[in-house]
Ligand binder design. Structure first.
Ligand code: CA
Length: 464
């Protein structure tokens, strides 16, 4: 049963030395039943050791070359990264590498180019045509052609957000370049996201990314990828890229298509030929809304219009990530009171593969939820019958019964199986003290406290 952990958050201190911490924490991750660990981008970003990795400068510099002010990245050196991968894999845990191909930042030099400046919110509107100096030249002199002699220049990009000549910010698309028309239609055309936008209709780019992907898997033998910003990359690219890389290796892949509209997610799955899973961004926003609205949110709708409901085989469910944190680009952090509930909703359902966020990983009760996940069985009974209180129960050996309230404390009768008659269930999270005795019909009357979650199973679990 797959269980992913996102093992980083935005505000990590570089002195935390994440790659070393991964090695130290491998036993914990193993104990919690984690099968896959998503690690942050491992290559050198524009801000060197202060860069989260999403401001990609050099995809071949995994903390090895003195570029952008340091040898190491925010998370450590190349050797430490490879040690982290080895440590996880030696414990049977898969590693997912974060792949950021949409854009590059921190170019080494500018190039003169004729560009049209566009309305950033309405990307069919040209505001002016202007000669600019664009930061599009990457020569990686300090790497000195090791691993690759590919150099990036303006031929490989469509657009930038800054004109050095006039010292002006704006959305500048090069006159001889087009944005992809096989792309998300938000803002009319959402090809451009940030930095120097890579042109996925350029053959040299495609070839270079194929080469880089093969190189990466040789150097860092990860088991799969988390693909960044796929909403802003030509929809034809990843099926092609993944097909090439999967010739030699099975890869688990989850894409970040940031849209709360489940139809957009399903459309991408179709367009990309079901070559990957997608994060269930629609569910994230349901969880977020539920945390904001408290008892005014109808809990029966918590899975409404989500990927995990419509396409459970392709959904990776999550509560939050590094982008939804306070102060970040997609700020929408599920409120603290709802985090235990939200994690129960991703960890203890059959649909979707859950991805637990670093900031939740060290919470005692969320760790318990991760461990309780293994008790699930196929047969589940849903009790989505009260706007303020929902429950679900598995007919399984140890019993597993989940009850959630976003209003007052509640009781609910739920079926756990006749084989549990006369047995005692307790709330494994410790949120409710009352023991529940199952009746001869296999039914118990379970309690949840106000705005809380309780997860019941057999008292004196034989495995303990
Ligand atoms: Ca793009």
């Amino acid at each position: 049963m797959k269980l992913i952990v996102q093992y980083f958050e935005w505000y990590l201190d570089k002195n935390d030395n994440l790659w070393k911490k991964v090695v130290e924490e491998t036993p914990l991750l193993k104990r919690l039943g984690v099968t896959d660990v998503w690690l942050p981008p491992a290559y050198k970003g524009k801000k060197g050791s202060d860069d989260s990795g999403y401001g990609v400068y050099d995809l071949y510099d995994l903390g090895e070359f003195d570029q952008k002010g340091s040898i190491r990245t925010k998370y450590g050196t190349r050797e430490e990264y490879l040690d982290a991968i080895s440590s996880l894999q030696a414990s049977g845990i898969n590693v997912l590498a974060d792949v950021v191909l949409n854009h590059k930042l921190g170019a080494d030099y500018t190039e003169a180019v004729l560009a049209d400046r566009y309305d950033e919110e309405e990307r069919s509107q040209v505001l002016e045509r202007v000669n600019i100096d664009a930061w599009t030249g990457f020569d990686f002199k300090k790497r000195n052609n090791k691993y690759s002699d590919f150099k990036w220049n303006k031929q490989h990009f469509t657009s930038v957000d800054y004109d050095q000549l006039n010292e002006q910010s704006g959305l500048y698309k090069f006159v001889d370049k087009e944005w992809s028309n096989n792309i998300d239609e938000e803002l009319e055309n959402y090809d451009y996201l940030m930095g120097a936008d890579v042109d996925f209709n350029d053959d040299e780019v495609i070839n270079e990314y194929l080469n880089w992907g093969k190189w990466y898997l040789e150097v860092a033998p990860v088991n799969g990828f988390r693909l960044d910003a796929i909403k802003h990359i030509d929809f034809d690219f990843f099926p092609l890229w993944l097909k090439a890389l999967r010739q030699n290796k099975e890869l688990f892949v989850v894409g970040e298509y940031w849209s709360s509209d489940v139809r957009a997610l399903e459309n991408y799955l179709m367009e990309s030929e079901y070559t990957m899973q997608l994060f269930d961004v629609a569910l994230h926003y349901n969880l977020y809304d539920a945390s904001l609205l408290k008892a005014d949110y109808d809990l029966r709708d918590i899975f409404k219009n989500t990927l995990v409901l419509n396409q459970p085989e392709y959904a990776v469910t999550f509560v939050d990530n590094h982008d939804t944190q306070t102060g970040q680009s997609l700020e929408s952090m599920v409120l603290p009171w709802f985090r235990e509930i939200a994690n129960a909703l991703i960890l203890l359902r059959n649909g979707g593969i859950p991805c637990v966020f670093y900031l939740d990983l060290y919470d005692d009760n969320i760790q318990k939820l991760m461990e309780l996940r293994s008790l699930k069985s196929k047969t589940v009974y849903d009790y989505f019958d009260d706007p303020e209180c929902i429950g679900f129960s598995y007919n399984c050996n140890q019993g597993l019964t989940v009850l959630i309230s976003n209003g007052e404390a509640r009781f609910k009768k739920m079926f756990v199986g006749r084989h549990h008659a006369q047995k005692v269930f307790i709330d494994q999270l410790g949120n409710c003290d009352e023991e529940v005795i199952i009746n001869e019909k296999g039914i118990g009357v379970f309690k949840v406290e106000a705005q809380s979650v309780s997860v019941y199973s057999l008292k004196g679990n034989e495995d303990d």
